[in-house]
Design a protein around this ligand. Structure first.
Ligand code: SAM
Length: 232
């Protein structure tokens, strides 16, 4: 598998900045993503299943959300914690995140692969992010998540199932990259990996995180996890 370069990561962030105004059409099943009431209802029911897993998790009082984007999941995290830190590479995505505008929420614009902190959190959340992590950076990413968590801290993530590769904004796939088309016809290459549960569990385990990975029938993969308390 060809490794992803820093230039490709920069292209991925730029793509999301360009996509920001139209991003939520995907989540809310509008325009080209509208598959009709029956299929849309199935999407929403499966999204509710993943959300229930987040809701049942004790996020503690101090949470870090990686790649929160426009905040479709941040709005579910924010009311449940006292302190929230958001780190995303795209200012344009964060500009549309209603929680990022709050003065009591810390917002950082940074490439997550170049970002670090001495702070420790009770929980780390990332939604529709793990599929954008290059394979050769997966172990290091989970090592970061484990480092950012206090022992006993919780992880939640949700992402696409492989069926997402059939959406009409996908113009092609090659290895761990995917070409995406914007509404105005511009194209960009991003990272898109559909990790198997055992791959995710192994990377998390190596970092000291016990992960429980589940799937909804068609659309999503989601996971909850806990940072082990014993030294590795
Ligand atoms: C698919 S969107 C997910 C947004 C949001 N979490 C959601 O569930 O809708 C991916 C997000 O990752 C951000 N992103 C992409 N590459 C990044 C990087 N290297 N560092 C930080 N953020 C990045 C994008 O700006 C975008 O907000």
């Amino acid at each position: 598998m060809t490794p992803v370069t820093d230039e490709q990561i920069a292209e991925q962030i730029a793509y999301y900045s360009s996509r920001a105004p139209e991003y939520e059409d995907w989540w809310h099943r509008r325009g080209v993503f509208d598959k009709g009431p029956e299929v849309n209802a199935r999407w929403e029911a499966e999204a509710a299943q993943a959300l229930a897993a987040l809701t049942s998790l004790d996020l503690g009082s101090d949470a870090l959300e990686v790649a929160p984007g426009t905040g479709t999941w941040t709005v579910h995290v924010a009311p449940r914690v006292a302190r929230l830190t958001l780190v995303d590479g795209s200012q344009a995505m964060l500009d549309l995140n209603p929680v990022a505008a709050r003065e009591d929420v810390r917002t950082v614009v940074a490439d997550i692969f170049a970002w670090d902190t001495e702070e420790r959190f009770d929980s780390v959340v990332f939604t529709f992010w793990i599929s954008h992590v290059p394979r050769e950076r997966l172990d290091a990413f989970f090592a970061g998540v484990a480092r950012w968590l206090r022992p006993g801290g919780r992880v939640f993530f949700v992402d696409d199932a492989p069926v997402a590769a059939t959406e009409s904004h996908v113009a092609g796939t090659a290895g761990q990259t995917m070409v995406r088309r914007l509404q105005d016809g511009r194209e960009a290459t991003i990272v898109k990996n559909f990790y198997r549960p055992d791959e995710l569990r192994a990377a998390a385990d190596a970092a000291g995180i016990d992960l429980d990975v589940r799937s909804t029938p068609t659309y999503f993969q989601y996971a909850t996890g806990v940072r082990r308390t014993e030294p590795d």
